[in-house]
Ligand binder design. Structure first.
Ligand code: FES
Length: 334
């Protein structure tokens, strides 16, 4: 049985690609070992970034296609870590290596009520849950936040399916989500499932904790793909091992250190398990914590970070020539 620790890899053929929103491409795959998927599942995909192999995770948006197909949707940002650029270059007929669907974000059936919260591309992890809850006749609300309607994938389909259970908050229409009001309106015994930008999820986690709601009622998927600052290259040094590497804006610090041959520990590679944490010995940089492993209090001193997702950002001002000196981080690894 496949799980995130022992994934079963397989080949998959790209069957179709289609743009479904600004910067978002739907990619339909036909895996060689097809099986039905459950809401919240994702596949890991082997991608090439500047010719080097890396693994990226994408939620299965729709795994009930006929003919054993599954669909994922990939957002390409200007500050892409590189995986999405590769994914957007795929064309029908190409072969890809993917895992069997993996479950890190299961929907617990049987709660008295549900709030599903999706920000941007996070809808890919949430849409299947909403569809299942609707089929089950469960009590649920779907809250979908986006920059503009053009950037919100599947909005029309979701609106047709969920009617007034769907509430869309569109930033450029002045409809930004009031996180405090959302959490204040959650029933005491409800469960909230969310996937979206880290700042949205951080705000919800804070409001959830302040209201004293049961921690187990709040569940999320991160994929560790968005931070407080644009990703930029920075230098990481490990004096004890004599290692110095430049972390490109399209790769993680974990990937850069592995490339240098450093023996790193990791598991989730998306800021959830804390296995990849490193000790920060010195820095002339701000730390862009992109994980959900540490509490705000643990992040505050900037003495440790999850290197699979978190990054360093230059604290120096931009010079008159428009250049900005690279951030330098000195760390040690366990
Ligand atoms: S590997 Fe899990 S937090 Fe980095």
């Amino acid at each position: 049985m496949a799980d995130s620790h022992h994934p079963v890899w397989q080949n998959a053929v790209v069957v179709a690609v289609e743009d479904v929103a600004a910067g978002i491409r739907r990619i339909v795959l036909r895996p060689e070992l097809p099986r039905p998927t459950r809401p919240g599942e994702h596949v890991d995909v082997r991608v090439l970034i500047d010719g080097a192999p890396a693994v990226r995770s994408y939620s299965v948006v729709d795994g009930t296609h006929g003919g054993g197909q599954l669909a994922i949707s990939v957002f390409r940002t200007p500050a892409s870590r590189g995986g999405s650029v590769f994914m957007h270059s795929l064309e029908p007929g190409q072969l890809l290596e993917i895992t069997q669907p993996l479950q890190n974000f299961p929907l617990r059936v049987g709660a008295p009520s549900y709030v599903l919260l999706a920000g941007g591309i996070g809808i890919t992890a949430i849409a299947g849950m909403a569809a299942l809850l609707r089929r089950l006749g469960a009590e649920y609300r779907l809250v979908y936040v986006g920059r503009s309607r053009a950037a919100m994938a599947y909005l029309d389909e979701l609106s047709a399916l969920h009617g007034d259970r769907l509430r869309a908050h569109v930033d450029d229409e002045g409809g930004a989500l009031d996180v405090q009001a959302l959490v204040d309106g959650v029933a005491q015994d409800a469960e909230l499932y969310m996937c979206g930008p880290i700042r949205l999820m951080d705000a919800v986690r804070r409001a959830w904790a302040e209201r004293g709601l049961d921690r187990t009622g709040l569940r999320y998927e991160t994929f560790g793909n968005s931070g407080w600052f644009e990703a930029e290259p920075f230098v990481v040094r490990i004096p004890r091992l004599g290692v110095e590497a430049v972390v490109g804006s399209d790769e993680s610090m974990l990937e850069a250190l592995e490339r240098e041959g450093v023996d790193m520990m990791s598991d989730c590679r998306k800021g959830e398990c804390g296995l990849c944490q490193v000790k920060i010995l010195d820095r002339d940089a701000r730390i862009d914590h992109r994980d959900v492993f540490y509490s705000d209090r643990q992040k505050e001193p900037g003495t440790a970070m999850c290197c699979c997702v978190s990054r360093a950002v230059s604290a120096a001002p931009t010079t008159t020539s428009g250049a900005r000196p690279r951030a330098v981080l000195t760390i040690d690894v366990p």
